[in-house]
Design a protein around this ligand. Structure first.
Ligand SMILES: [Zn+2]
Length: 159
């Protein structure tokens, strides 16, 4: 174990350039110093993990049937695993509406995947479309009459 750590430190030390000669794109303005005088000169985002919640119960059998490129084997794992096309990302969908997204490289990718997924679920009739309350900006069900956050009247029914 000590040997492995030493090797890692040596690699870091050898690949680190002296302060003032930082060449990587994402760089620290003040390079932090680690014990032994090692400078960490930059970093690269390799994998972003994000979670979200569409706050509604889902029938995962229906989700797996309507969502292309998805796997659902409840004997192995209790969620639907979605492999969006043209992406290395993996999105896990749970029956309580929780979403977990891994293997994304940017926040834009995370947002676009979550948007794409909600749109697909809405279009398949698996969740009701959402809207934003014009009064408090809370996300509400587009069929709701009253905003659950602020009590704003979202629509007049039967008037
Ligand atoms: Zn509101």
């Amino acid at each position: 174990m000590g040997g492995i750590l030493l090797v890692i430190f040596m690699v870091l030390y050898l690949s680190g350039s002296p302060a003032g000669e930082i060449t990587t794109k994402n760089q620290y303005t003040h390079a932090p110093t680690f014990p032994g005088g090692i400078y960490l000169t930059g970093y690269q985002i390799e994998n972003i993990m994000a979670s979200s919640n569409i706050n509604t119960r889902l029938n995962l059998v229906d989700v797996a049937r309507k969502l292309d490129d998805s796997d659902y084997n409840p004997d192995n794992f209790p969620g639907v695993i979605w492999h969006p096309r043209n992406s290395y990302a993996v999105v896990v969908i749970m029956d309580d509406g929780k979403l977990m997204c891994t293997n994304t490289r940017s926040l834009q990718e995370v947002e676009s995947l979550f948007k794409k997924l909600t749109k697909k679920l809405e279009e398949s009739g698996l969740i009701t479309p959402r809207m934003t309350c014009p009064n408090c900006n809370a996300v509400v069900d587009s069929e709701d009459v009253v905003c659950i956050e602020c009590g704003y009247m979202l629509q007049d029914r039967g008037v």
